[in-house]
Ligand binder design. Structure first.
Ligand code: ZN
Length: 303
């Protein structure tokens, strides 16, 4: 499986700054707030949505979500597939949650990666398809899990109508937010749903950590939502909020350690922390304190 993941580190400089910066949610003016990893984070003067000062570019997806994102550690995953069981369980948890609101039907999982969360939905009777920018991940899902996962991004997708579109940890990565939501809306059948899980800019954790919040990691992350901002965006595309909550999330120790090493790399005593982290077995599953995550369920009105 290791041979699947060999490629060069992405070159973030390939993404250019845009000379004009209206808010991608409400189109109002925005201003620069602070700089992170060489990129400006802007804040909308009206709805307060935060976004990276980058020009929307379809090549962004291929550049940022290459194989390193899924196996290179840093802000991404040390080894995405090592968390297979946890991800499948996460899919099952959501599928179980959704039984309160709908019957299983046709599902499109956007940003499906290797199809593991999608597999969890299929366990609950969903007829699932996936969409994934990384070709090797999509290939893995098709070959190893016999799932229908296509290579591509939502902005350029054309499908045949779904009862549910899931966007789990995906919306902050859209290079063209309005286009992505327009396609999602067009692909949702009347009465259909969207399940969105994302980081919550309004959470206590995000507010306390301010610009040191771990999710401020452009260029892989381009948007920082609040639940109200996401609600406004969904409403613009004809979908209404049905329910929301905080996801129960588990990650394995290898992933947690990789994130911590990335965050601690500039601190003093780095070697000490590294040795301490090495004592924790990689295979251990840890509860993630997901105070800064939110899931939201939206519905398109029935025709
Ligand atoms: Zn705005």
């Amino acid at each position: 499986m290791d041979q699947l993941f060999q490629s060069a580190q992405p070159a973030p400089q390939a993404i250019q700054a845009d000379p004009a910066h209206p808010c991608p949610v409400c189109a109002a003016e925005s201003r620069r707030l602070f700089c992170k990893h060489g990129y400006w984070i802007r804040g909308c003067q009206s709805c307060e949505h935060r976004f990276a000062e980058l020009r929307p570019d379809p090549s962004h997806v291929a550049t940022v979500y290459d194989d390193c994102y899924f196996q290179g550690g840093g802000a991404g995953y040390p080894n995405y597939l090592a968390e297979a069981a946890l991800l499948r369980r996460q899919g099952r948890r959501y599928a179980k949650l959704l039984t309160r609101y709908m019957q299983p039907g046709r599902l499109l999982d956007v940003g499906a990666a290797a199809g593991l969360i999608l597999q969890g939905f299929c366990d609950y009777g969903w007829d699932g398809e996936g969409l994934e920018p990384n070709p090797k991940m999509a290939e893995f899902a098709c070959r190893e899990l016999a799932l229908n996962v296509r290579t591509g991004s939502l902005e350029g997708f054309s499908g045949s109508g779904y009862d549910l579109i899931t966007m789990i940890q995906v919306v902050p990565h859209f290079f063209d937010l309005q286009q992505a939501f327009q396609v999602a809306s067009a692909q949702t059948l009347p009465g259909g749903f969207w399940l969105i899980e994302t980081w919550n800019r309004d959470s206590l954790t995000a507010r306390l950590l301010s610009k040191n919040w771990h999710e401020y990691s452009p260029p892989s992350v381009l948007h920082w939502f609040s639940p109200s901002g996401l609600q406004e965006l969904a409403a613009q595309h004809g979908c209404e909020l049905v329910a929301q909550g905080r996801p129960a999330k588990w990650i394995n120790a290898a992933h947690a350690k990789s994130l911590l090493r990335y965050k601690l790399r500039h601190l003093p005593l780095r070697r000490f922390w590294s040795l301490l982290l090495a004592l924790i077995p990689d295979s251990l599953n840890l509860p993630y304190p997901a105070e800064d995550l939110v899931w939201m369920l939206f519905q398109k009105p029935a025709a």
